[in-house]
Write a protein that binds this ligand. Sequence first.
Ligand SMILES: [Zn+2]
Length: 389
Amino acid sequence: MHISDALSRPEIRAADRWIREHDEETLESQIELSEIPAPPFGEAARGARMLELFVSAGLVNTRVDGIGNVIAERPGTSGDGHLVVSAHLDTVFPPGTDVSVTRSGDLLKGPGITDDARGLTALLTLARALDAAGITPRTSILFVATVGEEGLGDLRGVKHLFGPAGDARGAAGFISLDGAGLDRIVSRALGSRRYRIVVRGAGGHSWTDWGAPNPLHELSGISAELTRLPLPSRPLTTLTLARTGGGKSINAIPQQAWVEVDTRSADAAHLDTLEAKLRRTVERREKAVPALDFEVEIIGDRPGGATPDGSPLVRAAVEATRRRGKEPLLSLSSTDANVPMSLGIPAVTLGCGGDAGSAHTTEEWFRNTDGSDGIVRALDTVILAAGLP
Ligand SMILES: [Zn+2]
């Protein structure tokens, strides 16, 4: 079937119309979901509501997996493999944050209203539109609301989903719906690896014990060496000392000092090289100062990867974007799609229409400028990727 033939079928046009006619309900569920707190490692309440909404959207086999991902299916005709469409449940906001949403016309304001209440509501509207238009795709579609996309969540939901016990193992493709916008297609994954380096010792009084090994002095030396490591510029590879601490008193040799280091690159090999250099830097000091204890702990590991521009999934997203009158922008980011990309499974992340700003702050906002176009783009991408019988 030619690419645009599928999209001109009457049931797809009906789903397109349904999405536009139900724009108000889409915004209402976006507000409702955004007002259910979903702090890191605390997504259960929002997940429980998504489960109910998945059921009411006509999806089947609804369930919560071992790590908290909420999963449901729209079965296809082919019986083999499935296409995963997902959005993430978690926000960056700690428990106790006021997550109430204020609305004036098309402008919605509230922490997490775009990232990723917009993706979650798009996921639901998409499921409802497929149901209302009676569309049975060729490849089954697995709808997933994931946990742990942000920060120290470290993609744990999507890692579980594609892991040995996960429901998406062997998926034909993965589409993450994340945030707003209509032209960006994330087809390359920025990898990151994060470390906590801790140096421990006996400590002591800063005058009477002076000369005893000082964990903070050693850590400062290591930190300075790390900032001088040469970094490749293609692809851009970065190393950032992000947080540090240690010591309890101004008149004491600390018993402990620590620093957290963030490294990023689109190329996993560069992250490996950087890790080896970081470990060697620490080991050299460890040998030089045996009285102190040195530890390197990995506190985050988001694998990198890419979906080739010519892959059917990227071409589907490009076609769907052009149909909305936008010139597609293939881009690099760190999202749930990192994990399938690192496994060689075709994956993209798409925004879900509208404009947005101040993400990851309590001033976050979403403006519903042609927002339904974003969900129609997701529909078209899904149909082109899953196929029709
Ligand atoms: Zn997000």
